[in-house]
Design a protein around this ligand. Structure first.
Ligand code: SF4
Ligand code: SF4
Ligand code: SF4
Length: 425
């Protein structure tokens, strides 16, 4: 099996196909700290792409409550269990080595020394699989929102309501919302698993699609995508998945007059937690330096947004700003060893990060570049013994063709309604 380089793992890994990369890659950043689980994103996708007969159980975008929720039910707990078992049998540990390499562009989170799902399939009893996985049962697909808003019990008094007030760095009783869609992975397990060669990754934007004409409904992608994002449609007997709203990415929506547009689930986000775009990729798979692309800045420069379960090995292109109040061990398992640095950066944001965070949902057009215009100091205080200052900077976003599409200040402007309105304050 060929070897490919996975920068999220800081090492080479096995993958059934030789390394080949798109010119640019569809990617997104979700700020978990801001999600209110309104499910507007979920319904935006559903009402656009999966409203027909046979698609009742298809939720290409879903928002689940962690740690207990998941769609399909317990998708990550089940796969983590299979991975653990494979490591145990092979007498290996699924550990990260956060050594000297850490912080470099080639290994920003250190090196993962455990097995990915591709390596685990080769090592374990499931040699019939390209990637370690399982096919969820019908019962597990029956509802998109198991355990909605269900918090953990307190560690000190399990199964009882904790009366302890919550405080950072980790709450005693906690839950959070995890927003999920296909990650349009760099090394997609769905594509690797398909015996029909029906799944492909587009060279222009890295979007992963299922060719409906070639698919025969064997459901290998359903079993082997670690994120469980391909879904089988019983009426047509083929699998379907998120298409990254590709007509929008291609600038075909009349609203944006040819400019690439953010997808339905991104553009509809009420909590302003989502920012989506395209990053430029070199022939060797590394992201080309693009310092003022907001995604490049958040993921590569500031390292405040992290991949979901990087240890699975598919190099997912969805990134998350981790929730501040959740116990770190849980977060490290979910987002890797970059969690502590990401939370530190997000909790005490730099001047630039504070400005870039304002770009979330500031425009329906994809922002390719930003500029910051410095404003005056509006607030200062000492946090953890260190001075912290807030400036009212303005961030300006530009589209693919270089047109200004967003202009937002750090301090939200106030508008006073004239007193001729009955409800003026
Ligand atoms: S629309 Fe935004 S805030 Fe609402 S559930 Fe989706 S991601 Fe969360
Ligand atoms: S998330 Fe799953 S379906 Fe999407 S590209 Fe990755 S492996 Fe394929
Ligand atoms: S990108 Fe488009 S197709 Fe994919 S989950 Fe979002 S709305 Fe659905």
């Amino acid at each position: 099996m060929p070897e490919v380089y996975n920068w999220q793992l800081g090492r080479k890994m096995h993958y059934p196909y030789a390394e080949r990369h798109p010119r640019s890659q569809f990617a997104f950043v979700f700020n978990i700290n801001r999600c209110i689980a309104c499910q507007t994103c979920t319904m935006a996708c559903k009402s656009t792409w999966t409203f027909s007969k046979g698609q009742e159980y298809m939720w290409w975008n879903n928002v689940e409550t962690k740690p207990y929720g998941g769609y399909p039910q317990s998708w990550d707990v089940r796969l983590l269990g299979l991975l653990d078992e494979t490591h145990r049998k092979a007498a290996r540990n699924a550990q990260w080595d956060a050594s000297q390499q850490r912080g470099s562009a080639q290994a920003p989170y250190g090196t993962y020394e455990g097995m990915t799902i591709f390596e685990a399939a080769r090592s374990g009893d499931r040699r019939d699989q390209v990637a370690l996985g399982y096919e969820p049962t019908d019962v597990e697909w029956r509802s998109p929102n198991f355990y909605e808003d269900t918090a953990t019990g307190s560690e000190a008094v399990p199964d009882k309501l904790s009366m302890k007030p919550a405080s950072l760095p980790a709450h005693d009783t906690w839950f959070f919302y995890l927003q999920r869609l296909c990650n349009h992975c760099t090394y997609p397990a769905c594509l690797a698993a398909c015996p029909r060669g029906a799944i492909y990754k587009r060279p222009e934007d890295g979007i992963v699609l299922i060719d409906q004409g070639r698919c025969r409904g064997y459901r290998k992608c359903v079993a082997q995508c670690p994120y469980k994002k391909p879904m089988f449609r019983a009426t047509t007997r083929v699998s379907e998945k998120c298409i990254a709203c590709y007509p929008r990415i291609e600038g075909k929506d009349p609203l944006t007059e040819g400019e690439p547009m953010e997808t339905r689930c991104m553009a509809a986000c009420v909590g302003k937690i989502r920012l989506q775009g395209l990053v430029q990729v070199g022939d060797d798979g590394t992201w080309k330096e693009d310092r003022y692309n907001p995604l490049y800045y958040l993921i590569k420069t500031e390292k405040v947004a992290l991949p979901l379960y990087p240890q699975f090995g598919t190099e997912p292109n969805g990134y998350y700003i981790p929730p501040r109040w959740v116990p770190r061990a849980y977060l490290r398992q979910m987002f890797g060893p970059g969690v502590d640095e990401a939370i530190e950066k997000y909790s005490f944001p730099s001047r630039e990060l504070m400005a870039v965070l304002q770009l979330f949902r500031a425009s329906q057009k994809i922002v390719y570049r930003y500029e910051i215009i410095e404003g005056e100091k509006i607030f200062e205080r000492t946090i953890n013994g260190k001075p912290w200052v807030l400036y009212n900077d303005t961030v300006v976003g530009f589209s693919k063709s270089g047109k200004e599409v967003a202009r937002v200040t750090v301090e939200e402007p106030k508008y006073v309604r004239p007193d001729r309105h009955y409800n003026s304050i």
